[in-house]
Design a protein around this ligand. Structure first.
Ligand code: ACO
Length: 326
């Protein structure tokens, strides 16, 4: 066996803003009901950031928790990758703002924009730095305030999303080049730009100069989700050289309980192995996977040495999956 450097997750942290909006709260001003939202999505509530709480504040809090869990401090961080579709400003990158707020030294910091798939994409990008010796302590953060992109008159979208952030610390560890190694073991990343019209935001600096609102053909997105996600999960498991059945935990992007159930059914995954937060968090886009991971680690289900499969699909359409051993 040849020694190889892997990128290992050494700390995990999640942060949700204090504000909670229930389905009944929404039903006061949107033509919807708690019953409809629960039945069609599994969502019961979502968190919402305060008006003066930019997404970098959520990211910083999640990052502090991940660093503490890893036994690291901001002084150790040499790379920050933030996956977000709701940045504080058009520029600088939210990662640069996070670096300043955390008080990290001069290093590398940039954002990745792949919407709900952003965390999986960001992990893959960060892996390129860490596993090649270009970063010794990296923060990968998924942070979103999706509620800022809602058209509150569109009941087909505004009930689905929430705000939050999750972070992991990635550090290099030496492995043997086998599936017993700790760290990131396999990826599958995809984008089909021809499906843009199914899910997008109708604003941007170089088009109409607006922030815009999220627009979605929900039932079309739903049709693609189960098929695309299942394919990517299978491909990431193959890339890692590990059968899907051997993974201990499945940590999906949390968009809709019916999508989670459909993917688990299609791949023959035991629902008891799926970490689910959609009921309390709703869809937090790039933040949902690290938030679900943080939940699983905190409550003791997900343990060091466990094999994890993460997956997501979102605007682009982008989708992807990642296999790792914690
Ligand atoms: N409350 C009450 N009724 C509603 C609501 C609401 N919030 N939203 C839509 N409806 C109505 C529609 O107007 C429609 O009424 P009509 O039959 O009188 O025209 C009816 O419900 C059915 O609408 P559909 O869109 O066909 O409902 P569907 O069962 O597909 O559920 C949903 C909609 C929940 C959006 C579903 O399609 C979905 O979850 N899609 C995936 C979208 C998603 O998760 N996107 C996130 C990003 S991508 C990702 O993360 C995977």
């Amino acid at each position: 066996m040849t020694a190889v450097v892997r990128s290992a997750v050494t700390g995990v942290g999640g942060y949700l803003p204090d504000g909670v909006v229930t389905n009944d709260d929404l039903a006061k001003f949107v033509d919807t009901s708690d019953e409809w939202i629960r039945e069609r999505t599994g969502i019961q509530q979502r968190h919402q950031a305060a008006p003066d709480q930019p997404v970098s504040d959520l990211a910083v809090e999640a990052a502090r928790r991940a660093l503490a869990a890893a036994g690291r401090t901001p002084a150790d961080v040499d790379l920050i990758v933030v996956a977000t579709t709701t940045p504080d400003l058009t520029f600088p990158a939210t990662a640069a703002i996070v670096q300043r707020k955390l008080g990290c030294p001069v290093g590398i910091a940039f954002d990745v924009q792949a919407v709900c798939s952003g965390f999986v994409y960001a992990l893959s990008v960060a892996d390129g730095f860490v596993a090649r010796g270009r970063s010794k302590c990296c923060l990968v953060i998924g942070a979103e305030e999706m509620t800022r992109l809602m058209d509150w008159t569109d009941r087909g979208t505004c009930v689905l999303f929430g705000d939050g952030a999750g972070a992991v610390v990635l550090e290099p560890v030496e492995g043997q080049g086998t599936t017993a190694d700790r760290g990131l073991l396999g990826f599958a990343l995809r984008c089909d730009g021809s499906k843009q019209d199914l899910l997008y935001v109708d604003g941007g600096a170089s088009t109409n100069g607006q922030i815009g609102y999220l627009r979605m053909q929900g039932n079309q997105v739903f049709r693609h989700a189960v098929v695309n996600i299942s394919e990517a999960v299978t491909a990431a498991a193959e890339d890692a050289g590990i059968p899907v059945a051997d993974f201990d935990w499945f940590i999906p992007h949390q968009a809709n309980q019916r999508i989670l159930d459909g993917v688990a059914r299609r791949l023959g995954i035991d629902p008891a192995k799926v970490i689910v937060t959609v009921a309390e968090h709703a869809n937090t886009s790039a933040a949902s996977i690290p938030l679900a991971l943080a939940r699983g680690v905190q409550d003791g289900r997900v343990k060091p040495g466990d094999l994890l499969l993460m997956e997501a699909m979102g605007g682009g359409l982008t989708w992807g999956a990642c296999a790792l051993r914690l």
